[in-house]
Design a protein around this ligand. Structure first.
Ligand SMILES: [Mn+2]
Length: 324
């Protein structure tokens, strides 16, 4: 059965209490993994001891640390620049330590330079809630980045170089690699290729360096923009045992123009998706993500109440689908 996890920062907060009260027992670790200058190896955030303390703190509140979604700097690796081997060594160190601590999944992403792009965080949604979105029209005349044209071919070369070094370490550590899609799944943007943007390219990813640990984070908000039949895509990768983690969320629109939505208000058949996860025997965690900003304008509660809505929706859907 799919299990619900929440992304929670490594310091206890009122949200931890709310999550527990909603019956969430699993977390996706959100940790700053940037190397600390002038610190010794033991003091780095990806050291065994640092990660052990994070895991122990979650467990003090009754949370099992299922996934680490934070990433150390990987920009040189993504661009194939000098210094990439040092970045890759940090990634390998993180994965070895996760394995030793039995943290089963790491979620990398491969979006050089531009990362996740939104053109607005204040799009009006239901009842005055505000959501984020992307409209490529605003980037039509955007200048190229300082890196000029970055081709898909270069990106595949750099990703292959990265995976050839990281996958054997992950196999040894028994840590699964769940690659998050490009957000938006659109390529190129401002001259920069974004290769994790199509179902075909995801198949290419898992065949690039074949391994039981080389797989997918099925972020529904991105994948639903790559296909008009997300349940089929879930079955396609599920049959290959390649879905290791996911984000349970929805959008309305196209890769060129979309807005985030509440779970019950998007374009995707969420019930059919949940049935697909049941059919493939998915046993890992999913977390909700990209919550609408609820409440009156100006009222900030760090998305606490929208998370509660998302958890309730997911719990109800899981219970309905897994008992029918
Ligand atoms: Mn996502």
């Amino acid at each position: 059965m799919m299990k619900i996890a929440l992304s929670l920062g490594a310091q206890p907060s009122p949200l931890w209490t709310l999550a527990k009260q909603c019956g969430v027992d699993r977390v996706v670790g959100s940790i700053n993994l940037s190397p600390v200058p002038n610190a010794n190896k033991e003091q780095q955030p990806y050291s065994y001891m640092s990660l052990a303390r994070v895991k122990a703190t979650y467990e003090d509140w009754g949370f099992k640390l299922e996934v680490i979604e934070s990433r150390p700097p990987m920009e040189k690796a993504k661009l194939g620049l000098p210094g990439r081997d040092e970045e890759i060594e940090v990634v390998c160190e993180l994965i070895r330590n996760m394995g030793a601590l039995e943290i089963p999944v790491w979620c990398p992403a491969w979006m050089p330079i531009l990362s996740v792009i939104r053109t607005s965080a204040t799009i009006p949604s239901r009842g005055g809630a505000r959501v984020t979105g992307y409209d490529h029209e605003y980037l039509r005349n955007a200048p190229p980045t300082e890196h000029g044209v970055v081709t898909e071919e270069q990106q595949w070369d750099n990703l292959k170089y990265f995976l050839e070094r990281v996958v054997p370490v992950a196999e040894e550590a028994n840590v699964k690699l769940a690659m998050h899609p490009d957000d938006p799944p659109l390529s190129p943007i401002r001259g920069v290729a974004r290769i994790m943007s199509s179902v075909e390219n995801y198949q290419k990813l898992i065949e690039l360096v074949p391994s039981p640990v080389n797989g997918i984070a099925l972020c529904q908000g991105n994948f639903t923009l790559m296909t008009d039949n997300l349940p089929d895509v879930i079955r396609h990768f599920g049959r290959q045992e390649k879905i290791f983690f996911g984000h349970f969320r929805d959008v309305r629109g196209t890769p060129e123009k979309f807005a985030e939505t509440f779970h019950d208000d998007g374009q995707t058949d969420m019930v059919a998706c949940m049935r697909a996860y049941r059919e493939i025997g998915y046993e890992g965690v999913f977390r909700p993500d990209h919550y609408p900003r609820m409440g009156d304008s100006g009222w900030r509660d760090d998305h606490g109440i929208a998370r509660l809505f998302a958890i309730g929706y997911m719990k109800g859907l899981i219970e309905a689908v897994y008992t029918e």
